[in-house]
Design a protein around this ligand. Structure first.
Ligand SMILES: [Zn+2]
Length: 181
């Protein structure tokens, strides 16, 4: 960023050995906040640094850019556990903490995803079908799609249970086999 001064000098802003020529705000914000943000996420999510590095940031960015502004806000709240629930409403406004759909459980975030009411299970089934269609559109191999959908479906119907995927331990074999087929 060569910038003439009143004395005729030029100034370069150098960050980690490179001259910043554009995106000044982005470069400074990244240098200032990224490490603290990474540390905060690892701590609050109880991840290791290696798990943090598995995040597909480019994929997340691509997915996020397809959303409307309203969807981005809602998705961010869901990802970061900030979605409003009736548990919070009870704490702040002394209103009921019951789920408005089934009226039989306290509405916490996990319950929103696993509510057994007809309205919610219909929506869950519809979304799983959409996910199935999207994964097929990506040409993902059927055993992987089946495992992903089985995991979601099992968790929705019994969040506390652990289901062994049908292809556990055989990922490489199946993927290699699919490539050879
Ligand atoms: Zn419910």
């Amino acid at each position: 960023m060569p910038a003439p001064t009143t004395y005729g000098y030029r100034v370069w802003l150098i960050l980690t050995g490179s001259v910043i020529t554009s995106k000044l705000y982005f470069s400074l914000a990244t240098a200032t906040h990224d490490h603290h943000l990474e540390t905060h996420i690892i701590k609050t999510a109880k991840w290791s640094a290696s798990v943090f590095n598995l995040i597909d940031r480019a994929g997340l960015k691509r997915a996020f850019t397809t959303l409307t502004w309203h969807q981005k806000i809602s998705t961010s709240k869901l990802i970061h556990g900030l979605a409003n629930t009736n548990r919070q409403n009870r704490l702040h406004y002394n209103t009921t903490d019951s789920c408005p759909c089934c009226d039989s459980s306290e509405e916490i975030f996990e319950h929103i995803l696993t509510c057994p009411s007809l309205e919610m299970t219909t929506a869950q089934d519809l979304l799983l079908k959409q996910l199935d269609a999207n994964l097929n559109q990506l040409s993902m191999i059927p055993p992987v799609i089946h495992t992903i959908l089985l995991g979601f479906s099992s968790w929705l119907h019994s969040p506390q249970s652990r289901v062994r995927p049908p292809m556990a331990g055989s990922f490489h074999y199946i993927i290699d086999g699919a490539k050879l087929a």
